[in-house]
Design a protein around this ligand. Sequence first.
Ligand SMILES: Cc1ncc(COP(=O)(O)O)c(C=O)c1O
Length: 435
Amino acid sequence: MEQYERPSIKLISSSLPSKGGQKCHNSPLVDIEGISTTELVKQYGSPLFVLSEKQIRGNIKEAKLVFNRLYPKVQFAWSYKTNYFDEVCKIFHQEGSIAEVVSSFELDKAIRNGMAGNKIIFNGPNKKKDDLLKAIKHNVIIHIDNFDELFLLEAITDELETTVQTAIRINMKTGAGNEWERFGFNYENKDALSAVQKIVNSKYLKLIGIHCHIGTFMLSTTPYKVATQKMAQFAQQIKKEFNISLMYIDMGGGFASQNALKTAYNNVSIPQISDYANCITNELYNADFVEEERPTLVLETGRALIDNAATLLASVVSTKRNNAGHRMLTIDAGVNLLYTSFWYNHDIVPTKPYSDFYEDTTVYGPLCMNIDVIRESVLLPALTKNDVVAIMNVGAYNMTQWMQFINLRPAVIMVREDGTISVIKERDTTASVNY
Ligand SMILES: Cc1ncc(COP(=O)(O)O)c(C=O)c1O
């Protein structure tokens, strides 16, 4: 039945026509892989995160294909913090990715997910003694972040008389502008070289790789070019000065996903995985490693492999107009569930067809907080209470950074490749959050 919408008079403020042409709106998301979105909400409640197994597998398969075509030795490592549901991590592991973890909690998860220690990379700036002991016990590869960690690790291994496989994280000038100098050892001031020297002089630390992670959602491939050049040069310097042929160069993550950054200009073109791949592998070839000493290229790609594999379904709680006649919607999912809405303009689409009249709308979340805005401005039809909307590309960093704030966290389901549905996290209840 058609819904009646009270008419209102609105001042039209005309601005310069957009170079990108007239704004258009996306079609409704009636189903996810054949399963009705409104039925999903009826069955599992609202809001609801929906993951697609097919999309996840497709993403990692495609990324591997792209890199493997260009370079003979490539290893993906799934960045747990991006989305650490066991069912998600297991898919990446089944597709050949090892694990990249940054905490004791994530390390436990990787072990629980069946990863052998030598297939777990332990990154991060906060490794306490107990974490290192656990990692050593499981034969995990430890990426050392700072001198304090290096000295602690050396003391532990001296005491245990146990050899540990290590790499160092390196930060460097890449031209990206906002270099992440707080992580790892600096390349230019020679801290990285000094760290290598100390590892070489230690009795039980074995250097097998070098690591960097130069930023996230990198809109240009050029910083990867610079970083790969420096990493390759450094690997060759290590060979020359210490006679160590590194097993791998780990270029971290940072590839952009299919989301629109709030800070990026309208139609900015986002590099494809193949652009990053061309850039990184070209520089590895330019470095001219001897064939038998060619290092494996490790990639810790996160958001680019998972963002488009999840949708957040949410329901309209209320509709209003402000004093200027501008349309405002409150939905039952806010920044408590969508951390990334602080910097992305996530696409929001209806889940059933409406008339062609779409109107500029502000979409608010359900929190009793003024900052809870999911989209300042998005074209939406005349939605009414209980209508379901789909928020697109929400797979990365939301289900790990969501907050237990005001409302309980929702269920997360996965549409399997065979069309069945798995509940991978039940909706929280007051009883299940009993602290
Ligand atoms: C060390 C490390 N590796 C990989 C990633 C994944 O990055 P992205 O999601 O940008 O690909 C991160 C994210 O911050 C990281 O810190």
